[in-house]
Each structure stands twice: as structure tokens, then as C-alpha cells.
Design a protein around this ligand. Structure first.
Ligand SMILES: C[S@@+](CC[C@H](N)C(=O)[O-])C[C@H]1O[C@@H](n2cnc3c(N)ncnc32)[C@H](O)[C@@H]1O
Length: 270
């Protein structure tokens, strides 16, 4: 899980806030059972002391205000990122370049192959509405677990976004495996947003996800399967001028001055 420069398996333990209630203890047990991890007593210790004591690379902390994942000096937790601003913008009639690249319409089914914190998936779920469906695949079990819980419990102070978050189905899976067994033409759009080789974000927004997420490249096989599984489009988010050769021939959709662009494969109706 995450990036492990030493090539050995990451050791991650689960603990609670310093003053655990029975509720926090059962939340920690539930999370640890789901992820196959050990729960360790917080016993008033700092996270770095706990890390040293248990030889852990990462610590999941179940607290009253949510779950945080602490790795090195990074703290990852679920939040909807830009989804709130983007959904609000759509409600006010603004355009959203991801939605445009997907060509999204109410009722469509979307497969997000790189879910992360589901910010793009939330925007998609808002547009496709209750008659559509958004399934998100996340290879990292910890990100999948935190995003799944966050989508169900986060209160974004926006009814439209709240409803969109609750509608996303999170599956912890490698998209290569999922796509290989998915039925042909079973989603209108198949979407990829892998990490860029080089960071585009000027600062914080994606840095914590980048630190804990999986950096595997999308393979030619996965793109070929995506083209079989998609009914209308395969969409690949990339960086302007640094498009991977595998999608270089696809149609480009760029948004304003953004350094991000989308490569789109239009599926021919047969
Ligand atoms: C750049 S982030 C996606 C951000 C996302 N679009 C959002 O709105 O939050 C890429 C995510 O894809 C995940 N990932 C990488 N390879 C994957 C794979 N083969 N299958 C599923 N998820 C994968 C990473 O762990 C990471 O969480």
C-alpha cells in the first residue's frame, strides 16, 4: 500500500485518539478487521512514539472527528477536495472540463478506475443523478476504506453534493483485474486519472494522496479493456505536453489555462 521505497511490505497499525471512548475502540477494531491490521493501544503516546514502538511505517488514527492515516510527515484523511466548488459551479451553470471531456449526461454509468478521494467521481455522480451510477475502483485498501467511510459520513453542507457522495460505489480493486472481468459496454464512460510523472499541483491539494497512493502506470492492456467496457468514451486525464504515448492519438480536451488536459477515445456505436 502506498509507495514503499525500501521494497519491504509496509507495516501499518490502527489506534485511537488519546482518550478513546468505547465507540472509537469499536471503530478501530472494525477498521483493523477490514484491512487485516493490528490494533495497538494509544496509551497516551504520540504517533511518532507509537510508530517507533511498533516498527510501523504508517498509523491509522480513529478519532472523534474522523480517521487519519499518518505516514512520515504526511496526514491523509478524506475530504471532498474541489468537488464542493465544482458541484456548486455546475448548479450555477458553469462548465466543468472533466464533465465536458466525459460528455456526461443524466442516467449514464461511469467507471472511475482511479478513485482516490473521489472528487471527480462526486462531480460525475452529481451529473448522472439518481438514474445513473458511479463505480469507483481504488487499488490501495487504506485509501479505499477511508474514502468509502468519508463518502458515507462527510457532511459537505450542500444537499446536492451530499447526495452525490452517498451514491458512489467504492470497490477496492486493481482496475486491470476489474476491467478484465467486466462485461463489454457495461459503462458509458471509463475514466482514468493516474498520478502524473511530475507534480502539477502547486501545493497541498493532492500531495497527501500522492504520498500514500499507488503510482503504477496504466497499461496498454487496461486501456484496451477499457475500450471494450466503455459504451461511449474512455477518458484519460494527463498533463498538457506530457501525454503518455499510449493515449497520444486520442482526441484532446483542454480546460482554459489549466496545465491539465484530457485525452478522449470515442467509442464507435456498433
Ligand atoms: C491521481 S489519484 C486520483 C484522484 C481522483 N481522480 C480524485 O478525484 O480524488 C490516483 C488514484 O488511483 C489509485 N490507483 C493507482 N493505480 C490504480 C489501479 N491499478 N487500480 C485502481 N486504483 C489505482 C491511486 O492509489 C490513487 O488513489
Amino acid at each position: 500500500m502506498g509507495r514503499d521505497h525500501t521494497q519491504r511490505a509496509m507495516v501499518v497499525v490502527v489506534t485511537t485518539a488519546r482518550r478513546p471512548t468505547p465507540e472509537l475502540r469499536s471503530g478501530a477494531e472494525e477498521l483493523a478487521t477490514e484491512l487485516g491490521l493490528e490494533v495497538v493501544e494509544r496509551a497516551g503516546q504520540s504517533i511518532s512514539a507509537l510508530r517507533q514502538r511498533h516498527g510501523a511505517d504508517g498509523v491509522l488514527v480513529v478519532a472523534h472527528d474522523g480517521i487519519t492515516y499518518r505516514v512520515g510527515d504526511v496526514t491523509f484523511f478524506y475530504h471532498p477536495s474541489m468537488a464542493k466548488v465544482r458541484v456548486r459551479g455546475l448548479q450555477l451553470g458553469a462548465r466543468d472540463v472533466t464533465v465536458d471531456a466525459m460528455g456526461l449526461q443524466p442516467g449514464w454509468r461511469v467507471l472511475d478506475c482511479t478513485l482516490g478521494r473521489a472528487s471527480d467521481a462526486a462531480v460525475a455522480a452529481h451529473v448522472v443523478g439518481t438514474s445513473g451510477r458511479v463505480v469507483g475502483l481504488e487499488i490501495d485498501p487504506i485509501i479505499a476504506a477511508l474514502t468509502r467511510r468519508g463518502l458515507l459520513t462527510f457532511d459537505p453542507d450542500s444537499r446536492a453534493l451530499s447526495e452525490a457522495l452517498r451514491r458512489i460505489d467504492v470497490i477496492c480493486a486493481d482496475h486491470a483485474d476489474y476491467l478484465a472481468q467486466a462485461s463489454s459496454r457495461s459503462f458509458d464512460v471509463v475514466y482514468f486519472d493516474p498520478f502524473f510523472e511530475e507534480t502539477v499541483e502547486a501545493s497541498g491539494a493532492m500531495q497527501d494522496l500522492r504520498a500514500v497512493g499507488s503510482h503504477g502506470a496504466v497499461t496498454a492492456d487496461s486501456l484496451a479493456e477499457a475500450a471494450r467496457v466503455a459504451r461511449r468514451r474512455v477518458v484519460f486525464k494527463t498533463r498538457r505536453g506530457l501525454c503518455p504515448p499510449l493515449v497520444a492519438a486520442w482526441r484532446a480536451v483542454a480546460g482554459g489555462k489549466s496545465r491539465v488536459e484530457y485525452r478522449v477515445l470515442d467509442i464507435e456505436e456498433s
